[in-house]
Design a protein around this ligand. Structure first.
Ligand SMILES: *[C@@H]1O[C@H](CO)[C@@H](O)[C@H](O)[C@H]1NC(C)=O
Ligand SMILES: *[C@@H]1O[C@H](CO)[C@@H](O)[C@H](O)[C@H]1NC(C)=O
Length: 261
């Protein structure tokens, strides 16, 4: 059962409406909107789910495990629609604006780091048939999907990728996929149109059980120790971007489907 549809919640919702009606103060209507349960009306859910998305994208929400049930359809529509493409597009434009200000030394040490899943490649076809992680994440079936090498490029990321290569950046791919998925990952990237990366860093056995934020920061530290200058970093997870050392600029791509610590 959806928790938002429980009886106490409906009662609470009822009193919130009463408060909102009793008061002309618009903050009370905000309260009413925030706790409006599923089935009340498309517009109210749309507003709630837009705000929920903003909260998770900004990391104000912190860790979250599942999409609010009443937002499932809205998230599905978002990741399959023009809004996702447009959001990603604007971010890629922001990345390029910054990238164009970077002085490329020419010693092949100027780096842009990309995450792979939901950054360069889209797994929306997988998540669309697996309930958008409203079901528990199934690593076995996800690995089967990875092995198919059938994920498509996020169009804005592919365009940015080529533009960065054109500007003279070295591209490093830093992914939580594991080393034994290297072949499938390379195959998929090439099929999707990516090429000429400096390297792909994948999780080793010694990284298993490590939070993504530690694994990824450690690898950025290794890159810096090798003399690379990490100017930009693009990822759909905060754990792609946070932790020291950080890129000069970090760019968060949208992902309302899941949160990785
Ligand atoms: C996870 O996926 C595998 C492979 O598709 C499947 O055999 C297994 O039943 C799934 N596990 C659960 C808990 O759904
Ligand atoms: C990956 O591909 C290389 C050559 O293309 C091959 O030698 C190697 O066995 C493959 N590894 C796996 C795990 O399939």
């Amino acid at each position: 059962m959806e928790p938002f549809q429980s009886l106490p919640f409906l009662l609470l919702y009822g009193s919130a409406i009463a408060i909102a009606i009793a008061s002309a103060d618009s903050s009370h209507s905000l309260l009413r909107m925030r706790i409006a349960p599923a089935g009340v009306g498309g517009a109210a859910d749309g507003l709630f789910c837009d705000s929920w998305r903003l909260s998770v994208e900004t990391n104000n929400a912190g860790y979250w495990r599942t999409i609010p049930p009443k937002c499932l359809e809205i998230v599905a529509t978002y990741v399959n629609g023009d809004r996702y493409l447009s959001d990603s597009d604007i971010i890629a434009v922001d990345c390029l604006s910054f990238a164009e200000t970077v002085r490329i030394v020419g010693d092949k040490k100027d780096v842009w780091v990309f995450d792979i899943d939901e950054t360069l490649l889209s797994n929306v076809p997988y998540y669309s048939v697996h309930g958008f992680v409203s079901e528990a994440f199934n690593e076995t079936s996800f690995d089967e999907w990875v092995a198919l090498a059938r994920a498509s490029a996020l169009p804005a990321s592919l365009r940015l990728y080529d533009q960065l290569l054109g500007l003279g950046f070295q591209i490093v791919l830093l992914t939580a996929r594991s080393e034994n998925q290297r072949n499938a990952t390379e195959k998929n990237l090439l099929l999707a149109g990516y090429h000429s990366w400096e390297r792909i860093i994948l999780r080793q056995t010694s990284d298993f059980g490590k939070p993504a934020v530690s694994y990824k920061s450690e690898r950025r530290a290794t890159l810096e120790a090798e003399g690379f200058r990490i100017h930009g970093n693009s990822g759909d997870q905060w754990s792609d971007l946070l932790g020291m050392p950080m890129a000069d600029r970090s760019f968060k791509l949208p992902n309302p489907m899941y949160y990785i610590k």
